[in-house]
Design a protein around this ligand. Structure first.
Ligand SMILES: [Zn+2]
Ligand SMILES: [Zn+2]
Length: 197
């Protein structure tokens, strides 16, 4: 995945465009959690003026998801907007040797440092070390974040029959419809309560 590991010197003031195709595993997106049909296309624009290197782009492909209601796998077009800012890892260039580390002197009345107010963009800020950017972890993370929490094969999916397990999208099973709390369940509850203690 050399394309997603550009040298920072190549991001001139006019920017750098990258595009490549990759498989899920090449992006660290592994089955069974992340499944895709065919390759994923990544297109990125990198700009480096003052401050962070900004990366914007898209990832396109086809995701294979499993419906939470009927457990059937279905294909879904995937279009993820990518956005990230990269800052150099502070102190990565010159680490103080252990001998130089100043001894901590506890000061009375010292207040804990207030955390810097987090902005909306804080989530998309990544740190880089050395002279290359590794874009794979960012792409991976943003694809995972874009995935639906409750994937449904279709809005009106009927799911599985809770009694016999039949996929009700395919055919009806003929089980009597469930009505309220089953008398059997109440009975079972009583038995376990008064049972062997
Ligand atoms: Zn379904
Ligand atoms: Zn049934």
């Amino acid at each position: 995945m050399d394309t997603l590991n550009p040298a920072i010197v190549d991001i001139a003031s006019e920017g750098l465009s990258l595009s490549c195709t990759a498989t899920g595993p090449q992006l660290g997106l592994d089955e069974p959690e992340e499944k895709f049909q065919g390759p994923l296309t990544v297109q990125l624009e990198l700009v480096h003026h003052e401050g962070p290197i900004t990366v914007t782009g898209t990832l396109e492909g086809t995701a294979i998801r499993q419906c939470v209601r009927c457990l059937t796998e279905y294909a879904e077009p995937l279009f993820v907007t990518l956005y990230a800012g990269y800052l150099p890892q502070p102190g990565a260039a010159s680490k103080p040797t252990p001998a130089e580390t100043p001894r901590r002197s506890p000061r009375r009345g010292a207040q804990p440092v207030e955390p810097v107010e987090e902005t909306e963009e804080a989530d998309e800020v990544y740190l880089y070390q050395g002279d290359h950017l590794d874009l794979v972890p960012m792409v991976r993370e943003q694809v995972i974040l874009a995935a639906p929490m409750q994937p449904l094969c279709r809005e009106e999916c009927l799911g599985l029959c809770p009694q016999c397990g039949q996929n009700l999208n395919e055919r009806r099973c003929g089980c009597p419809p469930e009505q309220g709390p089953s008398p059997f369940r109440v009975l079972r509850g009583r038995q376990s309560k008064g049972g062997n203690a």
